[in-house]
Design a binder for this molecule. Structure first.
Ligand code: GDP
Ligand code: MG
Length: 438
């Protein structure tokens, strides 16, 4: 896969004293491929790669990093900067009640879902939002919004369900009457750019003068994203973007295209169908995702949320002190109950494969055998499996009643996982801004 290719390229560069222009060209070829495969628009790719190359040729090389790490750092920094250097929070107008937020975008992009998620997010922040059902073209659209509104306990204003502009206007009055401080206007989209749709969005915008217009963009849109966002920028204009469906396979390259072509910030990413899956956009995470380097930070935060503290303590200790045989045994035992580490490993380039090898499908029987072998190791061997030479392997095989091949295989599995941990350590400690794994 692409991620493996990147890792391989950097693997080849690793250990060299200095980067030659050839090295940089090789790395840039892989990065170019990575970006294209992540659906970054080809023109944007061309420009980005040229800038990166320039930076690599001229940037100060940090001696604490390997040449390969230096390239990764420069590329990541560059990508992060282009995506927006700060977290793009939603800015509400202080002097206007209610604040009006309007969502626009193609049909199916995720507007209605995002409207509800945004309402839920604002509600949790202490606001009192109202949802305005201004998609009057599809009969089920208002019902969909109402269902979502009920789920999150947010009022939905439907009006007569016929005239989108009128519904929008009335929803503001309804918010005033109901002492709601925010109105979120859900609008209609078409499958393609369409004159009538654009005009209606403009009419609603003129009628309610939103404080923020957010365009919802499906992360899976591909190369065409450039045309779609440019059209909306020209016709309706918007203040920021919600990128939806990032829980899918899309690597999110569209985010870079959107930034580059419109200059508008990405404000939120939508990561699923549940109402709480709207997240503030983090450029650094998106940069790693686009380059296929695993969204380590997000995953660690996610792990923090869903797994117990012990898993996290374990993961942190493993990062700090190294991955021992005892850790491997624990992880194998936990692997089916979806331990934190499994998720983290699976998010890394090549991680899925390592997991498979390390026991993605281990049976209880296999675990018992592995347990026997690990228990036949000394404390020192378990802590430093690299010291287990041929002689020791024979002894362990004998002691556990397993074959030397099986011991070899176990050590290979450990080595795969240890490599993965190494990559993770690099990603969490390395790179421009150092991050702790928590
Ligand atoms: P709209 O036509 O722009 O209003 O789009 P909808 O909000 O109705 O979403 C279209 C489809 O995409 C629905 O089936 C949603 O459940 C789904 N969807 C929306 N956002 C997300 C997301 O972030 N992740 C996933 N997996 N599905 C989403
Ligand atoms: Mg809709």
């Amino acid at each position: 896969s692409l991620s493996d290719r990147l890792q391989d390229t950097f693997g080849k560069l690793r250990g060299k004293g200095r980067l030659t222009e050839d090295d940089i060209n090789t790395a840039m070829r892989e990065i170019r491929m990575a970006l294209l495969e992540a659906d970054v628009n080809y023109r944007v790719v061309k420009k980005f790669v040229a800038e990166c190359k320039e930076k690599c040729m001229t940037a100060e090389v940090l001696e604490s990093l390997s040449p390969a790490q230096n390239v990764v750092r420069i590329v990541l920094d560059q990508l992060t900067e282009l995506l927006g250097t700060t977290e793009s929070k939603l800015v509400l107008a202080q002097n206007r009640t209610p604040n009006v937020i309007m969502l626009v975008g193609l049909q199916g992009s995720g507007k209605t879902t995002a409207a509800a998620k945004l309402a839920y997010l604002l509600k949790r922040q202490g606001h009192s939002p109202v949802l305005a059902a201004c998609d009057v073209h599809r009969p089920a659209a208002a019902d969909q919004l109402e269902t979502l509104g009920n789920e999150i306990g947010v009022k939905v204003y439907r009006g007569d369900g016929k005239d989108a502009v009128k519904v929008a206007r009335e929803s503001i009055q309804s918010a005033v009457d109901g002492l709601n401080d925010i109105v979120i206007v859900d609008t209609a989209g078409r499958l393609q750019i369409d004159e009538q749709m654009m005009q209606e969005a403009v009419d609603i915008k003129n009628a309610v003068k939103p404080d923020q217009v957010l365009m919802v963009v499906d992360a899976m849109t591909g190369q065409d994203i450039v045309n779609v966002v440019s059209e909306f920028a020209n016709r309706v204009d918007f203040d920021g973007v919600i990128m939806s469906k990032l829980d899918g396979d899309a690597r999110g390259g569209g985010a870079l295209s959107v930034r580059e072509v419109t200059g508008k910030p990405i404000k939120f990413v939508s990561m699923g169908e549940k109402p709480d899956s709207l997240e503030v956009f983090h450029p650094d995470r998106m940069a790693k995702r686009i380059l296929g380097m695993g969204d380590v930070v997000s995953i660690i935060e996610e792990a923090q949320r869903v797994t117990d503290q012990k898993d996290i303590d374990d993961a942190e200790r493993m990062l700090r002190e190294g991955f021992t045989m005892d850790d491997m045994l624990t992880q194998m035992q936990q692997i089916r109950k979806m331990g934190g580490l499994k998720k983290i490993l699976a998010s890394l380039p090549g991680g899925e494969r390592a997991l498979q090898q390390a026991g993605g499908a281990v049976s209880d029987e296999q675990i018992t055998r592995i347990e026997a072998m690990i228990h036949s190791m000394t404390k020192q061997e378990r802590a430093k499996p690299k010291t287990i030479n041929g002689q020791r392997r024979k002894r362990i095989a004998k002691g556990s009643g397993r074959s030397v091949q099986e011991v070899n295989q176990l050590l290979k599995q450990w080595s795969e996982m240890d490599k993965m941990m190494g990559k993770m350590r690099q990603l969490t400690n390395g790179g421009g801004n150092s991050r702790k794994a928590r």
